[in-house]
Design a binder for this molecule. Structure first.
Ligand SMILES: C[S@@+](CC[C@H](N)C(=O)[O-])C[C@H]1O[C@@H](n2cnc3c(N)ncnc32)[C@H](O)[C@@H]1O
Length: 275
């Protein structure tokens, strides 16, 4: 747990502040915390302490369980501060309207998004199959000047993505398609230099569509949650999956993105397709 938060909790008289999980996510001015095992009174005290100490935080919400459902949403309960779920999050020089209950957003992927954007050339056509409110696509359009097609199943997230395109002045470079990514081959005529697949719990299901939409010698950025006690073991598992699913002659370089649970690692595969 960051020292700032630990000392705020101790000052507020929260007994045993170490019990507050280290995973505090701050999205815009909303702090999301896990508070399993605390009483309602203690939870409110912790929420108020976070608001007092973290000057940018106006709302504290408690996350119950993991991220789930088709839209990959959190289950959140209000703990302290203003009663709202909509906020504006700033990262990588862009600004994103996010609803923390109705749309997916993780501030922990900010570096990953910047890294991917840094690899894109200005002349590329990029497809993001699982775009959310736009944090990969908009940073790519803004920093690389590339044209991006974003696909998102959640209609509300797609609407916020379009608003975010306008706020960040990339509406001329980004198209948002509100659809199931599996349907994209029948909806989109273009072929893409780079296809992003940031849906690590299910990306394998969409590889056939991605392969149809990618150009020859195109690139895929494929994310996957993989079981493994370390990066080496996870990479071995992912290699097996890719061998089964990719056309012969594909080349993949694998890396760890982050730990997502006990023995679960989010891995990225940067794939170069054959001719
Ligand atoms: C893990 S989130 C990533 C969102 C975004 N790339 C980000 O970093 O914030 C996966 C996203 O895919 C969307 N999604 C789930 N199934 C989908 C599908 N079949 N077609 C298109 N989008 C889908 C979810 O609603 C969610 O916004």
């Amino acid at each position: 747990m960051p020292r700032l938060i630990r000392s705020a909790l101790a000052r507020a008289g929260v007994a045993d502040p170490e019990r507050v999980s280290s995973g505090v996510d701050v999205v815009g001015d909303i702090a999301i915390v896990r508070l399993d095992g605390f009483s309602q009174k203690e939870k409110r005290k912790i929420g108020e302490a976070l608001i007092a100490e973290m000057k940018t935080v106006k709302v504290v919400m408690e996350q119950e369980g993991g991220i789930g459902g088709e839209y990959r949403l959190r289950t959140l309960k209000h703990v302290a501060g203003e009663k709202r779920t909509l906020t504006t999050h700033r990262e990588n020089g862009c600004s994103f309207k996010v609803d923390v209950v109705k749309t997916y957003f993780s501030p922990r992927l900010s570096t990953e998004r910047l890294r991917v954007a840094g690899e894109v050339g200005s002349g590329e056509r990029v497809l993001n199959m699982f775009a959310g409110v736009g944090p990969f696509s908009i940073v790519i359009a803004k920093l690389a000047g590339a044209r991006v097609t974003s696909c998102e199943l959640n209609a509300y997230a797609a609407r916020l993505h379009e608003e975010n395109d306008r706020v960040n002045k990339v509406q001329g470079l980004v198209d948002v398609v509100n659809a199931d990514a599996a349907e994209l081959p029948s909806l989109v005529k273009a072929k893409f230099d780079r296809v992003l697949m940031p849906h690590p719990s299910e990306a394998d299901r969409f590889l056939p569509a991605a392969l149809e939409l990618a150009k020859k010698r195109g690139r895929l950025v494929y994310y996957r949650h993989v079981l493994g006690s370390d990066e080496g073991e996870a990479a071995e598992e992912l290699r097996k999956e890719l061998k089964r699913l990719l056309p012969t002659g594909s080349k993949a370089s694998l890396r760890r993105v982050r730990d997502v649970g006990p023995r679960w690692i989010e891995m990225a595969a940067e794939i170069r397709l054959p001719v």
